[in-house]
Ligand binder design. Structure first.
Ligand code: ADP
Ligand code: MG
Ligand code: MG
Length: 210
C-alpha cells in the first residue's frame, strides 16, 4: 500500500488534468446550453491546482493525498460542481486508509455516491452528475461482488454504465442546479457534470489498464 498507490494516483491525476483541458471547451459549451457556460473552466482550474500540488501529494499516503485532492477541488473549482466533486472525494478518501484494492476501491465508490447524493440532494433522473455516478457504482459493485470480476474489468463495465447514464440525461428536464430553471428548454442537452464524470472515469480506467 502507501507509496505505490500514491504513484498510481499521480498517474491518474495527470491523465485527468490532460483530459479535462482537452474537453474544457466542450464541457463549457454543454454548460452554455443549460447553465452559465463555466463548467469546463471551473474543472480545468481545479485539476490545474491539483497538478500544482503534485510534489506535495507524492510524499503522502494514498488516503491523505486523495483527501488533499478533494479539499483543493472544493477551494478551486467553485460553483455547484466544486463542493460536489471535492466534498465527495474528500469524504470517500478515508476508505483508502489501508491502500488500494478491490474492496477499498468499491468502498470509495460507494462513499463517493453517498456523499454526492447527500450534498446535492439529487436522485437519478434529476439530470445531474448523479446520473453517471449511480449506474457506474451500481455496476462496479455488481461486477466485483456478484460476477467476481477483476477490478479493472469491473471498472470497464462501470465506465460503460456511466456512458449510458450520460446519454440518459439528454431527454430529461433538470430538477437540480441551474438547468432546473430552464424547464423544458433543458430537454435535448447532455448534462455537463455527468459528462465530466464520465471523462474522469475513462481516465481512471486508462490508468488502471496500464
Ligand atoms: P454551476 O452550475 O454553479 O455553474 P458547474 O457549471 O461547474 O457549476 O457544474 C454544473 C453541474 O453540476 C451540472 O451539470 C450538474 O451535473 C451538477 N449539479 C448541479 N447541481 C447539482 C446537485 N444538486 N446534485 C448533483 N449535481 C449537481
Ligand atoms: Mg456552470
Ligand atoms: Mg457557475
Amino acid at each position: 500500500s502507501g507509496h505505490g498507490d500514491t504513484e498510481a494516483l499521480l498517474d491518474a491525476l495527470a491523465r485527468i488534468d490532460e483530459r479535462i483541458h482537452e474537453e474544457r471547451a466542450y464541457l463549457t459549451e454543454l454548460d452554455s446550453r443549460i447553465g452559465d457556460a463555466d463548467h469546463g473552466n471551473n474543472l480545468a482550474r481545479g485539476v490545474g491546482a491539483v497538478t500544482d500540488k503534485r510534489d506535495e501529494l507524492a510524499g503522502m499516503a494514498l488516503d491523505e493525498a486523495v483527501k488533499t485532492v478533494g479539499t483543493t477541488l472544493i477551494s478551486e473549482v467553485g460553483g455547484a460542481a466544486g463542493p460536489l466533486y471535492g466534498g465527495s472525494v474528500m469524504a470517500a478518501s478515508r476508505e483508502l486508509e489501508g491502500g488500494l484494492d478491490a474492496e477499498s476501491a468499491l468502498a470509495f465508490a460507494r462513499a463517493y455516491r453517498e456523499k454526492l447524493m447527500e450534498r446535492g440532494d439529487a436522485r437519478p433522473g434529476d439530470k445531474t452528475m448523479v446520473d453517471a455516478v449511480v449506474p457506474a457504482v451500481h455496476t462496479f459493485q455488481r461486477a466485483i461482488e456478484e460476477d467476481d470480476l477483476p477490478p479493472v474489468d469491473a471498472l470497464a463495465k462501470a465506465v460503460d454504465a456511466a456512458r449510458r447514464g450520460v446519454e440518459y440525461t439528454v431527454p430529461l428536464r433538470a430538477s437540480k442546479g441551474r438547468a432546473s430553471y430552464l424547464g423544458l428548454r433543458a430537454v435535448g442537452h447532455r448534462d455537463p457534470g455527468a459528462t465530466s464524470t464520465l471523462f474522469v472515469l475513462e481516465e481512471l480506467l486508462a490508468t488502471a489498464e496500464d
